[in-house]
Design a protein around this ligand. Structure first.
Ligand code: C5P
Ligand code: C5P
Ligand code: C5P
Ligand code: ZN
Length: 522
């Protein structure tokens, strides 16, 4: 049977055969939306193939983490959404016979090779915009179904299509789409290349629906006024950023946009004291109503001089998980991915994995609570950066959040703040945040100066736009080279990358990065 991405087929099959030969597998994945969906895809594929496994998550796959993995009894380790960038470390353990690595990743590979390495970049597919870690894991899952010849569940129901999709793992395409969207691969409003082929399989399997729709975040769960007020990607003058503006815009439309009977029936607990809960959500509107609101938005934008190229960005492809209930975060790929980041980036990957694997009770409740905190942290972070401003070098701009923004979300904040007042979209942004001491710098018996000494490393996150990468920018190279030059390490993608460097090297880091970015863009 043909896999979704012909270029990857042969390697995926080799990796799948190796997994099928293993007595048991240690599955190691990255702690973000893409890493969680990767793990969820891989674990379901292993389970269906009857291969015993255990799952672990790592914030970063550094030398210590790899050594710990090597010290386990497992002979076969499946790395998803990381591993390529750490190949030099991994192959040391492989050569010593500690384990056989199988890697399904999309990050820039380090200068080493290993046999079971499934990465789009090795086959001419862009790992930053055409295939995510979850996408690579999906390709592997499809191959695993093939080599292990999963029995088609015999059902006498009309559910034959769904059973067939499960039998060849095509139902897992929904999670692959969430991973790709979570890694912000939907540029220009839609997914491209290999990702599109996965979308097509998901549509075919009945787990994904696509439509041309308003490209705003929160179509499933945000009350309409909030959907418009918080729309920051495309600013609509008088509406974006203004609660009153959004309310009066909606009141002026001749539509019944409040719920009759009142109350919040989505179970998402988003109703607030200002009565947001009485407003309908975008996803509940009829096509005609959506059309009316969208036209009014476009008209407002045109009349206030928003350029046509910006107005185009108001519309994009929506990826809907058709089996999930309307009005929940799980139905919209973008909201689903944010829900997952809200768990994994706060040391609760177990919660996000539970949600991906279908736990709609305890895990989902917990995830929603974490999401409220995540949103507050993002909005506080964006406010902090916007108010304090960034420092502009010639080719880059930067800020240091110290301990005021969590290192695991400082990159998301930096990306979302781009375009705000004083924060340019025509230069990459570099963000620093203190690393929290894993050994517990919060211990009450340490005084402040001791605590400060404990913070020896700084997290660096860099973000850019696809328009800059088209001009030659590659942040994974910048983060890697500059970090190594100052005694740290880093990597990632051309458009989004990160590093860890020793505290005190921030200035040197910015100077070198500024120079290298200048070279890349010249
Ligand atoms: O490690 P991983 O590849 O999963 O993480 C990619 C990160 O890069 C995500 O946090 C995503 O939000 C970010 N990103 C971005 N802008 C892009 C592409 C990715 O901020 N255009
Ligand atoms: O948190 P995550 O990296 O998944 O966010 C992806 C994108 O979703 C952000 O860049 C932003 O455009 C949007 N978002 C938002 N409001 C939130 C969370 C995410 O608009 N509360
Ligand atoms: O942590 P952050 O969201 O800034 O990461 C952006 C991208 O850079 C992710 O794809 C992440 O996996 C990668 N990264 C890396 N090495 C690091 C830090 C981040 O490859 N030391
Ligand atoms: Zn990823």
């Amino acid at each position: 049977m043909a896999g979704p991405i012909p270029e990857l087929e042969e390697r995926a099959t080799e990796c799948a055969r190796r997994l099928a030969d293993a007595d048991r597998v240690l599955l190691a994945s990255h702690i973000d939306a893409d890493g969680l969906t990767s793990a969820a895809i891989a674990s379901q594929a292993l389970e269906r193939a009857g291969i015993p496994f255990e799952t672990v998550f790592e914030k970063q796959l550094d030398a210590d983490a790899i050594a710990e993995i090597a010290s386990t009894e497992y002979d076969t380790v499946l790395f998803t959404d990381f591993g390529s960038g750490q190949l030099d470390e991994i192959t040391v353990h492989e050569d010593e016979g500690a384990f056989t690595p199988i890697i399904a990743d999309h990050h820039q590979p380090a200068d080493s090779e290993t046999h079971y390495h499934l990465n789009p970049l090795l086959f001419g597919i862009d790992g930053a915009s055409e295939l995510s870690g979850a996408g690579a894991s999906y390709v592997l899952a499809r191959a695993l179904a093939d080599v292990s010849e999963q029995p088609t569940e015999r059902t006498m129901t009309t559910d034959g299509g769904a059973a067939a999709a499960r039998a060849d793992n095509r139902d897992l395409a929904a999670l692959a789409v969430v991973g790709a969207v979570g890694d912000m691969q939907a540029s220009g409003g839609e997914l491209h290349g290999a990702n599109e082929q996965i979308v097509a399989e998901g549509v075919d399997a009945g787990v994904i629906e696509t439509s041309t729709d308003l490209a705003l975040y929160g179509k499933q769960t945000r009350p309409l006024p909030k959907l418009l007020e918080y729309a920051t990607d495309v600013r609509i003058p008088g509406v974006s950023g203004s609660e009153r503006g959004a309310l009066s815009f909606l009141d002026d439309l001749d539509l019944e946009l409040k719920r009759t009977g009142g109350g919040d029936n989505t179970g998402t607990g988003t109703s607030t004291s200002t009565g947001d809960g009485n407003w309908r959500r975008w996803a509940e509107l009829s096509d005609d109503e959506k059309q009316t609101v969208a036209s009014a938005l476009v008209k407002r934008a045109v009349s206030r001089g928003v350029p046509a190229s910006k107005i185009d960005q108001l519309v994009g492809t929506a990826y809907v998980l058709s089996e999930e209930p309307v009005g929940t975060e799980l139905r919209d790929a973008s909201e689903f991915s944010t829900l997952l980041n809200a768990t994994a980036r706060y040391d609760r990957a177990d919660v996000g994995l539970g949600v991906c694997l279908g736990d709609r009770d305890k895990a989902l409740d917990r995830a929603r609570t974490l999401l409220r905190d995540h949103r507050r942290n993002l909005s506080n972070g964006i406010e902090l950066v916007t108010e304090e401003g960034v420092t502009h070098a010639e080719h880059v701009q930067w800020f240091h959040a110290e301990d005021r923004i969590r290192e695991t979300i400082v990159g998301i904040v930096a990306g979302m703040a781009m375009g705000n007042a004083g924060i340019s979209r025509s230069k990459p942004i570099i963000a620093f945040a203190d690393k929290r001491d894993a050994s517990g710098s919060d211990a009450p018996d340490r005084n402040d100066s001791e605590k400060r000494e404990q913070t020896q490393d700084v997290k660096v996150s860099a973000r850019a736009t696809h328009s800059l990468t088209r001009q030659g920018l590659d942040l994974s190279v910048v983060m890697g080279e500059v970090a190594r030059a100052v005694g740290g390490d880093g990597g990632g993608h051309n458009v989004a990358a990160g590093a860890t460097v020793p505290k005190g090297e921030e200035r040197a880091f910015v100077d070198r990065a500024d120079e290298l970015v200048g070279d890349q863009l010249s």
